[in-house]
Design a protein around this ligand. Structure first.
Ligand code: ZN
Length: 76
Protein backbone atom coordinates (compact mmCIF):
# COMPACT_ATOMS: atom_id res chain seq x y z
CA UNK A 1 0.00 0.00 0.00
CA UNK A 2 1.21 3.49 -0.86
CA UNK A 3 1.94 5.88 1.97
CA UNK A 4 -0.31 8.90 1.81
CA UNK A 5 -1.78 11.79 3.75
CA UNK A 6 -5.13 13.46 3.05
CA UNK A 7 -6.91 16.51 4.41
CA UNK A 8 -9.30 19.28 3.40
CA UNK A 9 -7.93 22.79 3.24
CA UNK A 10 -9.66 26.13 2.71
CA UNK A 11 -7.88 28.04 0.00
CA UNK A 12 -9.40 31.48 -0.54
CA UNK A 13 -13.02 30.76 -1.46
CA UNK A 14 -12.33 27.18 -2.43
CA UNK A 15 -12.07 24.02 -0.39
CA UNK A 16 -9.44 21.60 -1.61
CA UNK A 17 -9.04 17.94 -0.80
CA UNK A 18 -5.28 17.49 -0.76
CA UNK A 19 -3.66 14.10 -0.97
CA UNK A 20 0.06 13.66 -0.60
CA UNK A 21 1.86 10.55 -1.62
CA UNK A 22 4.89 10.34 0.66
CA UNK A 23 8.10 8.36 0.26
CA UNK A 24 8.67 5.02 2.00
CA UNK A 25 12.00 3.18 2.42
CA UNK A 26 11.22 1.28 -0.77
CA UNK A 27 10.59 4.47 -2.74
CA UNK A 28 14.01 5.78 -1.67
CA UNK A 29 15.66 2.66 -3.05
CA UNK A 30 13.78 2.96 -6.34
CA UNK A 31 14.14 6.68 -6.93
CA UNK A 32 17.44 8.48 -6.42
CA UNK A 33 15.79 11.88 -6.49
CA UNK A 34 14.14 11.12 -3.16
CA UNK A 35 16.15 11.79 -0.02
CA UNK A 36 14.11 11.12 3.13
CA UNK A 37 11.23 8.90 4.23
CA UNK A 38 8.05 10.97 4.44
CA UNK A 39 9.16 13.30 1.65
CA UNK A 40 6.26 14.29 -0.62
CA UNK A 41 6.44 12.45 -3.94
CA UNK A 42 3.34 13.98 -5.45
CA UNK A 43 0.36 16.01 -4.35
CA UNK A 44 -3.10 16.09 -5.79
CA UNK A 45 -5.48 18.94 -4.99
CA UNK A 46 -9.15 18.30 -5.77
CA UNK A 47 -11.72 21.04 -5.56
CA UNK A 48 -14.42 20.02 -3.07
CA UNK A 49 -17.82 21.03 -4.39
CA UNK A 50 -20.03 19.68 -1.62
CA UNK A 51 -19.50 19.62 2.15
CA UNK A 52 -18.55 16.06 3.19
CA UNK A 53 -20.58 16.43 6.40
CA UNK A 54 -23.89 17.98 5.38
CA UNK A 55 -23.76 17.92 1.58
CA UNK A 56 -24.24 21.66 1.13
CA UNK A 57 -22.72 23.14 -2.02
CA UNK A 58 -19.58 24.97 -0.93
CA UNK A 59 -18.95 27.23 -3.88
CA UNK A 60 -22.05 29.03 -5.07
CA UNK A 61 -20.24 30.88 -7.85
CA UNK A 62 -19.63 27.80 -9.97
CA UNK A 63 -22.04 25.36 -11.51
CA UNK A 64 -19.54 22.58 -12.11
CA UNK A 65 -20.54 19.23 -10.68
CA UNK A 66 -17.29 17.58 -11.72
CA UNK A 67 -14.50 19.11 -9.65
CA UNK A 68 -11.25 20.17 -11.23
CA UNK A 69 -7.96 19.01 -9.83
CA UNK A 70 -4.25 19.66 -10.05
CA UNK A 71 -1.41 17.18 -9.77
CA UNK A 72 2.04 18.18 -8.61
CA UNK A 73 4.82 15.67 -9.21
CA UNK A 74 7.90 16.07 -7.02
CA UNK A 75 9.49 12.73 -7.90
CA UNK A 76 11.86 14.08 -10.58
ZN1 ZN B 1 -21.34 21.12 5.97
Amino acid sequence: MLQSEAWIEKCGRDYLLKINRVASELDLEDNHYLEVVGQIICQIAVEVTFCPYCGIKLDRSKNAIIPSFELYDFSK
